[in-house]
Write a protein that binds this ligand. Structure first.
Ligand SMILES: [Zn+2]
Length: 341
């Protein structure tokens, strides 16, 4: 899957040509719906980000610019179908805004969703959305919108976004982490986003950082997620992570730095970008502590000097990442169609 023959010159650097080769403005079904699309000035992806506390949807151009966005809280009292209906309403309102307000043509839906999931989000079972267990998210979105739907884990989507347009731009190999309600991660190695057998590669939240630590939702003990996620912090301190003490900000940074060091040593990485409400909310105290711990534990010739930095796309990252999942999916589908000709 070298993809080197697929370069289009539309992107500035080689890594991203391979990661996310785009052909702006081109779609495979340009001719259809002519009368209506004549007034539409370009293509957009409907980007959807699904987390444990909120669902967001937005419109992204093929160049990664967000034109519109909206969000709703996740109502945990709703049934699986009820929750999907609220997501469907949100997505539909963006589809309408794409055509009526922005005069753009929606060509695909890209989804970043909390995990775990089966490959391509055929079914999703987000740990923090209890009503969705093996919920057929992709199929339901296809049925509800008649657009192609491409989906992946939210943290992997974020890795695509940060590698494309954010803090890891131009890097061949790096990890992106989300430290928020839960802890997730996505790894780009030699220019490729790692999938693993079931698509769940990068679950850095389940690296053990405290042997004999707290029981984790996964069944193990002392996982990073069981010690450093927003949920864990609230359980440990009795306070929401938005009201942290200095000690808890330092400790959280230390634990994240510990996990980051293990991954940098394992995979020969020198950059970890971190987003998520907890990490970004704790700010410099968190990042200084994480860097200090990373320095203490990344001592091999190739991992020494590895850096841990905040994501650069801020709160746009998850939606741009979801959009990037669709751009990548469309590119792959086009390549597969071409190879069958
Ligand atoms: Zn775990």
């Amino acid at each position: 899957m070298s993809g080197s023959d697929e370069r289009t010159g539309s992107m500035s650097d080689d890594t991203l040509d391979r990661l996310l080769s785009t052909e702006p403005g081109r779609t495979d079904d340009q001719g259809e719906d002519e009368g209506k699309s004549r007034q539409l000035v370009g293509d957009v992806i409907v980007a959807v980000d699904i987390g444990g506390t909120k669902m967001a949807a937005g419109l992204m151009t093929m160049q990664g610019e967000l034109l519109d966005r909206d969000q709703i809280p996740v109502d945990h009292r709703l049934s699986a179908d009820g929750l999907f209906n609220s997501l469907h309403t949100l997505v539909n309102s963006q589809l309408v805004r794409a055509r009526d307000h922005h005069h753009m043509r929606p060509v695909a839906i890209g989804v970043g969703c909390a995990g775990p999931m089966s490959r391509g989000a055929e079914t999703v079972s987000p740990i923090n959305i209890h009503s969705w267990r093996e919920f057929p998210l992709r199929e339901r979105l296809v049925a509800g919108t008649t657009l192609p739907v491409y989906a992946d884990l939210d943290a992997k989507a974020l890795a695509l976004a940060e590698g494309w347009l954010g803090g890891a731009q131009g890097k061949e190999s790096f990890m992106a982490m989300v430290v928020g309600t839960g802890v997730g991660g996505g790894i780009v190695l030699n220019g490729q986003l790692l999938d693993g057998a079931e698509g769940n590669a990068g679950h850095v939240g389940h690296i053990v950082v405290e042997p004999n630590g707290r029981r984790c939702g996964c069944g193990s003990k002392g996982c990073l997620e069981a010690e450093a996620s927003g949920n864990a912090i609230e359980a440990i301190t009795g306070r929401p992570p938005s009201e942290p003490t200095y000690e808890i900000m330092q400790r959280t940074g230390r634990l994240v730095g510990r996990a980051a060091a293990s991954v940098c040593n394992l995979l020969d990485l020198d950059l970890v970008v971190v987003g998520g409400s907890v990490a970004l909310g704790f700010g410099a105290t968190f990042f200084n502590s994480a860097q200090e711990t990373l320095d203490e534990h990344a001592k091999l010739s190739f991992s020494r000097g590895a850096r841990i930095t905040p994501v650069r796309l801020g709160d746009r990252g998850p939606l741009i990442g979801a959009g990037a999942v669709a751009v990548r999916g469309m590119h792959r589908a086009r390549r597969a169609a071409r190879s069958q000709q």
